[in-house]
Design a protein around this ligand. Structure first.
Ligand code: KIV
Length: 273
């Protein structure tokens, strides 16, 4: 095993991620939407912090990611950037902010980069956005792609089921991955597709491939933090591993606090001035 490339004392860059793939070192990516969580996630050694538009679901309680605005993403991203010292910080461009025209995409992406200080952006889609991606990259904006189950297209898919099961959809996904690579993305997220297909993409493209519900034979993994910490009760897809049950811990702690307040046992003399 070669020396660990993601040196804890140094800021991770898109170049670090490429070197990690080349050295066979897995990339750990996780979402965060606020200062405190991002600080803990960064401290724990995550390589990439993603301000996902999943904030629409897990922070705003919305059924899809479609309604979240650029202004809302900017608020989340600013808080995360203030906390992260080591990880690469990537922010999702929300639905509608990059599809209208290259000029509109450029204006919105530059605004997000300038007003938040994130290191890079993530856009959903394949060949249909590759010209936009190439334009952004040429202008100095690092872009991460996202293929497979792209939640901003949920209404076209008709749900959140496994993608690329047919041979034709699988071939389209592979060709989209090549088209994004050619456009200059620094990484590609593959969501909820067969593991064998994800492994093929990871072998065929030179940029790191980060999976979520895409098996282990890719260059790294990403999860939504609220999901993996057990704070999102109703969401239990097969690909999700629960690393804690904070939902239970928080409910119990808050219940104890409520009990103490009602019983008049909080604060005690020691907790008073
Ligand atoms: O919005 C998000 O959190 C994401 C990840 C699930 C990859 O795009």
């Amino acid at each position: 095993m070669s020396e660990y490339i993601a040196d804890k004392s140094k800021k991770i860059t898109v170049k670090t991620l490429r070197s990690m793939k080349e050295a066979g070192q897995k990339i750990a990516m996780l979402t965060s939407y606020d200062y405190t969580t991002a600080m803990l996630v960064d401290r724990a050694g995550v390589d990439v912090v993603l301000i996902g538009d999943s904030a629409a679901n897990v922070k705003a309680g919305l059924p899809t990611t479609l309604p979240i605005s650029l202004d809302e993403m900017i608020v989340y991203a600013r808080s995360v950037v203030r906390a992260v010292k080591h990880a690469l910080v990537v922010c999702d461009m929300p639905f509608g902010s990059y599809q209208v025209s290259d000029e509109d995409a450029m204006r919105n992406c530059i605004r997000l980069m300038k007003e938040t200080g994130v290191d890079a952006l993530k856009l959903e889609g394949g060949s249909e956005i590759s010209n936009t991606v190439a334009h952004l990259v040429r202008s100095g904006i690092p872009v991460c792609g996202h293929l497979g189950l792209t939640p901003q297209s949920v209404n076209v898919f008709g749900g959140y089921g496994l993608r690329a099961q047919s041979a034709s959809e699988a071939e389209k996904l592979v060709s989209d991955a090549h088209s994004l690579e050619k456009a200059g993305v620094f990484a590609i997220v593959l969501e909820k597709i067969p593991a064998t297909l994800a492994a093929r993409v990871a072998r065929e493209v030179s940029v790191p491939v980060i999976g979520i519900g895409a098996g282990v034979e890719v260059d790294g993994q990403v999860l939504v933090i609220d999901d993996m910490l057990g704070m999102n009760d109703g969401f239990k897809p097969k690909f999700l591993r629960l690393y804690a049950n904070l939902g239970e811990v928080i409910t119990k702690a808050v219940g104890n606090y409520v009990g103490d307040v009602k019983a008049g046992t909080f604060p005690s003399a020691d907790e008073s001035y």
